[in-house]
Design a protein around this ligand. Structure first.
Ligand code: ADP
Length: 359
C-alpha cells in the first residue's frame, strides 16, 4: 500500500516536472488515435492555441479549424496517408481567437496501439513563431545583400572584359591571362550570388518556369561545353540521343550545370566525369557520374535541403553555400520530374534527374 502511494507520488512529481518543462519550452505532447482522430494531450497543448483552460476535447478538426486555409488540406492529407512506423512532420500557421497568427510545428511517429486495428500518432507540438520570424529576417538580409552585390559585380566584369580585349590585342599574354583569371573568379561569385537570389525566390514561390520547345541533347552539349572551359576534368558525354522536349531550357541547364560543377568539385583527385542521357517512355533521364569522395548513406537524405553541406574534411575546404542541390531539387520538382543519387564514399556518386518530355 505504502509502496503504491510512494510510486504514485513519484509519478505525479515527474509528470509535473515534464509539464513545467514543456510549458517553458513552448512545447506540448499530443497523441492522436488515427481511427477516430481524437487527441489526448498534455496540459500546455491548448494554451498554444490561445486557450486559458484546456478544452473538453480535441481532434483533427480542432487543428484544421485553427489553421489558415492554405495549410488545412496539407495536414488532412498528411494524417490520412500515414502507415505504421511513419514519421510525421508538419508546419503551419494558426489563427488564435485574439487575432494573433502563430507558426506551429507538429512532429510525431505512428504506432500500433492496443487492438490490431488501432493506429496512433504520438509526438510533440511546438510554437516556432520566433524561429520563423528570425528565418524571414535572415532571408530578407541575404536577398538584399545579394541584390546589392550583383550590380557592382556586373560593372567590374564588363570593365575586366574590355581590359582583357585590349591587352589581348596588344599581345600582352601575361596581363591577358591574369585578366582571364579575374573574369573566371567574377563568374564564380556571380554563380554564388545567383544561387542566393534563386533560393530566396524559391521560398517566396517566385521562381517562374518557361515552357518552350528545345532539343535536350543540344542543351546537354552546350552546358557541358560551357563547364568544360572552366575545368581540367574531362567531361565525357557517353550517350546523348536526339530528344525534342518542352520545358524550361535554361533552368534544366542550370540543374545539369550544378551537378557537373559538384561532380568536379567533389572529385579533386580524379579527372573524369561521365554524362549520360536516355529516353524512357515520356521521360528523359540524365545522369552525371563522378569518381570522387562520395556521400555517406546517412547523409544522403539531407543533401537536397537548404544550406546542407555534408561535414566531412573535404567539404570544409571546398567552397559552397549548400544551396545548389536545394535549388536543383526545387526546379526539378516544379518541372514535375525527380532527382536522386547513388553514392559510395571513396568511390564516387551518380546524380540522376528525370523530366517529362512535355508533349
Ligand atoms: P555546395 O556544393 O555549395 O556545398 P550543394 O547543394 O550543391 O552545395 O551540395 C550539398 C552537399 O552535398 C555538398 O556540400 C556536398 O557535401 C554534397 N555533394 C553534392 N554533390 C556531391 C558529389 N558529386 N560528391 C560528393 N558530395 C556531394
Amino acid at each position: 500500500m505504502l509502496d503504491d502511494i510512494t510510486w504514485r507520488k513519484d509519478y505525479e512529481q515527474s509528470e509535473k516536472r515534464l509539464n513545467i518543462a514543456l510549458q517553458y519550452s513552448k512545447t506540448a505532447v499530443w497523441e492522436m488515435n488515427l481511427n477516430t482522430h481524437n487527441v489526448i494531450r498534455s496540459d500546455s497543448h491548448d494554451s498554444l492555441f490561445g486557450y486559458g483552460h484546456p478544452l473538453d476535447s480535441w481532434n483533427l478538426e480542432s487543428y484544421t479549424a485553427h489553421l489558415l486555409p492554405e495549410f488545412r488540406t496539407h495536414l488532412e492529407n498528411a494524417i490520412r496517408n500515414l502507415s505504421i512506423g511513419d514519421f510525421f512532420d508538419f508546419q503551419g500557421k494558426i489563427l488564435l481567437k485574439s487575432g494573433e497568427i502563430k507558426w506551429i510545428h507538429l512532429q510525431g511517429k505512428t504506432e500500433q496501439a492496443g487492438g490490431e486495428e488501432t493506429k496512433k500518432l504520438l509526438g510533440t507540438i511546438k510554437d516556432i513563431t520566433k524561429e520563423k520570424i528570425a528565418e524571414r529576417h535572415k532571408d530578407e538580409f541575404i536577398s538584399t545583400v545579394s541584390h546589392e552585390l550583383k550590380t557592382p559585380l556586373t560593372s567590374i566584369k564588363a570593365q575586366a572584359q574590355i581590359l582583357e580585349r585590349r591587352f589581348s590585342a596588344m599581345d600582352d599574354k601575361v596581363t591577358t591571362l591574369m585578366l582571364k583569371r579575374i573574369i573566371l573568379q567574377i563568374d564564380r561569385l556571380n554563380i554564388l550570388i545567383k544561387d542566393l537570389l534563386d533560393a530566396g525566390r524559391l521560398d517566396e514561390q517566385k521562381l517562374f518556369l518557361r515552357k518552350e520547345d528545345f532539343m535536350f541533347n543540344k542543351m546537354v552539349e552546350e552546358t557541358v561545353a560551357e563547364i568544360q572551359r572552366t575545368t581540367t576534368h574531362q567531361l565525357i558525354i557517353r550517350q546523348n540521343p536526339i530528344i525534342y522536349c518542352m520545358g524550361d531550357r535554361e533552368r534544366t541547364s542550370q540543374v545539369l550545370s550544378n551537378l557537373l560543377t559538384n561532380a568536379i568539385k567533389y572529385s579533386p583527385s580524379k579527372n573524369k566525369v561521365i554524362i549520360t542521357t536516355e529516353e524512357k517512355e515520356d521521360q528523359i533521364i540524365c545522369s552525371v557520374e563522378d569518381f570522387g569522395i562520395g556521400i555517406a548513406a546517412d547523409k544522403q537524405p539531407y543533401i537536397f535541403e537548404r544550406f546542407y553541406r555534408a561535414s566531412g574534411m573535404q567539404e570544409r575546404v571546398i567552397s559552397g553555400f549548400g544551396l545548389g542541390l536545394y535549388i536543383s531539387f526545387e526546379i526539378i520538382k516544379r518541372l514535375e520530374g525527380k532527382i536522386w543519387l547513388t553514392s559510395t564514399p571513396g568511390k564516387g556518386s551518380v546524380f540522376y534527374f528525370s523530366i517529362s518530355k512535355g508533349k
